[in-house]
Ligand binder design. Structure first.
Ligand SMILES: Nc1ncnc2c1ncn2[C@@H]1O[C@H](COP(=O)(O)OP(=O)(O)OP(=O)(O)O)[C@@H](O)[C@H]1O
Length: 602
C-alpha cells in the first residue's frame, strides 16, 4: 500500500556532488548517443552558428551607435542589413539546432528506454523482490526524461552559456580592460550570494517536492483501495487526509518562495547595481575621452549577456547533478545480469519426459535470509505422475514451485529434471517446457485470442480455438458478441474467476508442456463452473507430470502422491487413502477440518 507514486520520488542521490568518478560513470550513458553522432555533430554546428550570430548582435547595435556618433566606416543601412541577415541566420540556425538535437535525443531515449525495458524484463525474480514497481517506473519515466532534457536543452544551454562567457569576456576586454576589471570586481559578491542562497533554496524545493510526493501517495492509496474507502464510508476522512497533506505542501512551498524571492530581489539589486556602477565608470571614461559612446553601449550589452549566462550556469549545475544521479541509477539497472541470455546453459534434451526430483533442498528468500523456508526437502515425481503439495498457509508449497521454475536458486541441494540439474539448463529453453495455471489469473489488456495465444505466440487460429474448446472455454467465449476478439483486461470486459481460469488452462494447453503446475484457486467456484474447470484441468493434466498446490483437498483424491508440508518440511507423504489412515496425521486433520467447514457451509 505504501507505494510511492512515481515521478516525484525524492532521490537522495540527486544531492551528490558532481565528482569526476560520478561524471565519468554518467558519461557512459553517452554510448547511447554514439550511433547518432553524425546528427549530433550537425546539431553542434548549428549551435555554434546560432551562437556566433547571437553574439554578433550587440556588436551591430554598438555599430549603430557608432554610426550615430559618426565614428563608423559603415552607413546605417549597411548595419541594418547586417542586422537583418543576423536575424534570418539566427532563425535558421536555431531551427536546425532544435531539429537535430531533438532527432538525436528522441532516438537515443527510445534506445535507452528499450534497453532498460529489455533489461528489466529479463532480470531474475530476485531483483523484483528487492525493488518496488514504483521505483522501476520512476527509472523508466523520470530518470529517462531527465536525460532527455539534458540532451535536448541543458547541453545546448551549457555550451551556449560557456561560449557566451568566453566570447563575451574576450570582446569586453578588447573594448576596455579597465571597465572589465571594474565589472569583474562586482562578481564575487554575486557568486558568494548565489552559493549560499542556492543551497537553501535547493533544500527547500526538495522539501516541497517530498511533501508533494507524500500528498500523491494519499491519492494513489485511496484510488487503489477505493472500494474499501467506500465500504467504510471514509470518503471524508480521506479528503481530510489529503487536505492536510496539501496544507503541508503549501506551507513548505511558501517557505521556499520566501527564500527564492529574497534571492531574486537581491540578485536583481546587485546585478543592476553593478550595471549602474559600470555605466557610471564607463560614462566617466567617455567624458575623459578614453572611450567612445558606442563602445560603452556595446560593453553594457555584452555584460548583460555574460550576466545572463553566468546566472544560468548555476541552474545548469543542478541539472547536471540530477542527470549524474539519473544516469547512475539507469546504468545500475543496465549493469545487472539478465537471467535470460541466449547461448548460456545447456539446451534441454527433447522430448522432455518431465521426471522431477528435489534432493535435499534448503532455501531462504534473499530478502529474509534468516528464515529458512524450506528445510531439506526431497521429493520425486515420475514421468506423467501427479503429485499434490498440501499444508497450512505459509508452509512452503509455493516456494517449492518457485524453485522448480528457477525464480530462485536454492542454497542447498539440487533439483533435477530428466536426471539433469536444472541449474545447468538455458533458462528460456527450460521454462518452455513448464506451464503454470496460477491461483489468480492475470489477463493482459487485449483480445481473448491474444490472451490465449500468450501460451504460444504464433499459434494459428485453429490451434487457439482447439485449445479453447479443450479448456471448456469455447462456449462462453462465443457467447460474447465479439467472440475471440472480445477485449479483456483492465479496459475490457471483466471475466469471472472461472472464466479467467479456463483462459489460463487454454494458454497452458497451447503451450503443451511436459510439466504442469497448478496453483489451485483458494476461492471456490459455483458447482457448474467448478465442474467445467475441473474437466478442463483433467484433460490438461493427462500425460503430463503435474504438481498441484492444493487448497481444496477434495480435488486431489486421485493424485499419485500427496506431500504434506509443515514449516518447510515434508511431514507426511503417501496417497489419499494411506494418509487418511494416519489417525493423528496432519493430512487427516486437514481433511476433517475441511469436511466440517463444508458441512457448516451447507
Ligand atoms: N518473496 C518472498 N520473500 C520473503 N519471504 C517469502 C516470500 N514468499 C514467501 N515467503 C515466506 O516463505 C514462507 C513460505 O511461503 P509460501 O508462499 O511458499 O507458502 P505456501 O505454503 O505456498 O502458502 P499459501 O498456501 O498461503 O500460498 C512464508 O513464511 C512466507 O512468508
Amino acid at each position: 500500500m505504501a507505494k510511492r507514486s512515481f515521478g516525484e520520488e525524492p532521490s537522495p542521490e540527486d544531492k551528490k556532488k558532481v565528482n569526476r568518478e560520478g561524471l565519468n560513470k554518467a558519461l557512459r550513458i553517452f554510448r547511447f548517443v554514439k550511433p547518432y553522432r553524425g546528427l549530433f555533430l550537425i546539431g553542434l554546428v548549428f549551435l555554434a552558428l546560432s551562437q556566433v550570430t547571437m553574439m554578433s548582435f550587440p556588436l551591430l547595435i554598438r555599430e549603430i551607435v557608432a554610426v550615430l556618433e559618426k565614428k563608423s566606416q559603415f552607413t546605417l543601412n549597411h548595419v541594418l542589413m547586417a542586422l537583418f541577415a543576423v536575424l534570418i541566420g539566427q532563425a535558421l540556425f536555431s531551427f536546425g539546432r532544435i531539429y537535430y538535437f531533438t532527432r538525436v535525443s528522441e532516438r537515443t531515449m527510445a534506445d535507452v528506454r528499450r534497453s532498460l525495458y529489455s533489461k528489466i524484463v529479463t532480470l531474475p525474480i530476485r531483483f523484483f523482490e528487492q525493488r518496488r514497481v514504483g521505483e522501476l517506473m520512476s527509472r523508466m519515466t523520470s530518470d529517462v526524461t531527465q536525460l532527455q532534457d539534458v540532451l535536448t536543452i541543458t547541453l545546448a544551454e551549457l555550451l551556449r552559456g560557456v561560449a557566451t562567457l568566453v566570447i563575451g569576456t574576450v570582446v569586453i576586454v578588447t573594448i576596455s580592460w579597465k571597465l572589465t576589471l571594474f565589472m569583474l570586481a562586482t562578481f564575487p559578491v554575486l557568486v558568494v550570494a548565489a552559493m549560499i542562497f542556492g543551497r537553501y533554496i535547493r533544500k527547500m524545493s526538495k522539501a516541497a517536492q517530498d511533501e508533494l510526493a507524500g500528498a500523491n501517495i494519499v491519492v494513489e492509496e485511496t484510488l487503489q483501495s477505493i472500494q474499501i474507502v467506500k465500504a467504510f464510508t471514509n470518503e471524508n476522512l480521506e479528503i481530510n487526509r489529503y487536505t492536510s497533506a496539501l496544507d503541508r505542501v503549501v506551507k513548505t512551498a511558501l517557505k521556499a518562495s520566501m527564500f527564492r524571492g529574497t534571492f531574486v530581489s537581491f540578485i536583481i539589486f546587485a546585478l543592476f547595481g553593478g550595471i549602474i556602477g559600470v555605466v557610471w565608470y564607463g560614462a566617466s571614461l567617455v567624458q575623459s575621452g578614453e572611450m567612445i559612446m558606442a563602445d560603452l553601449f556595446g560593453f553594457v550589452l555584452y555584460t548583460a549577456f555574460i550576466g545572463g549566462s553566468v546566472g544560468g550556469l548555476g541552474d545548469m549545475y543542478a541539472q547536471v547533478q540530477k542527470t549524474v544521479g539519473a544516469s547512475e541509477r539507469i546504468l545500475e539497472i543496465l549493469d545487472e545480469t539478465s537471467e535470460v541470455q541466449p547461448g548460456v546453459g545447456e539446451a534441454i534434451a527433447t522430448p522432455v519426459e518431465g521426471e522431477i526430483s528435489f534432493r535435499n533442498i534448503r532455501f531462504s528468500y534473499p530478502s529474509r535470509p534468516d528464515v529458512q523456508v524450506l528445510k531439506d526437502i526431497s521429493l520425486q515425481v515420475r514421468k506423467g505422475e501427479k503429485i499434490a503439495l498440501v499444508g497450512y498457509s505459509g508452509a512452503g508449497k509455493s516456494t517449492i514451485v518457485q524453485l522448480l521454475m528457477r525464480y530462485h536458486t536454492p542454497q542447498g541441494g539440487h533439483i533435477f529434471v530428466d536426471g539433469k540439474d536444472i541449474a545447468g539448463f538455458n533458462i528460456t529453453d527450460y521454462r518452455k517446457h513448464i506451464a503454470v495455471v496460477p491461483q489468480e489469473v492475470m489477463l493482459f489488456g487485449g483480445t481473448i485470442r491474444e490472451n490465449i495465444a500468450y501460451g504460444r505466440p504464433g499459434a494459428t487460429t485453429a490451434e487457439i480455438e482447439e485449445a479453447a474448446r479443450k479448456a471448456n472455454a469455447y462456449q462462453f467465449i462465443l457467447s460474447f458478441p465479439e467472440g475471440f476478439e472480445t477485449v479483456v483486461g483492465e479496459r475490457g470486459v471483466k471475466l469471472s474467476g472461472g472464466q479467467r481460469q479456463r483462459i489460463a488452462i487454454a494458454r497452458a494447453i497451447l503451450k503443451d508442456p511436459a510439466i504442469l503446475i497448478l496453483d489451485e484457486a483458494t476461492s471456490s467456484l459455483d458447482a457448474e463452473s467448478e465442474k467445467l474447470v475441473q474437466e478442463a484441468l483433467d484433460g490438461l493434466m493427462e500425460n503430463r507430470t503435474t504438481i498441484i498446490i492444493a487448497h481444496r483437498l477434495a480435488t486431489i483424491r486421485n493424485v499419485d502422491q500427496i506431500y504434506v508440508l509443515q514449516q518447510g518440511e515434508i511431514v507426511e507423504q503417501g496417497t489419499h487413502e494411506e494418509l487418511s489412515l494416519l489417525e493423528a496425521g496432519l493430512y487427516s486433520g486437514l481433511v476433517k477440518l475441511q469436511f466440517e467447514n463444508a458441512l457448516n457451509l451447507e
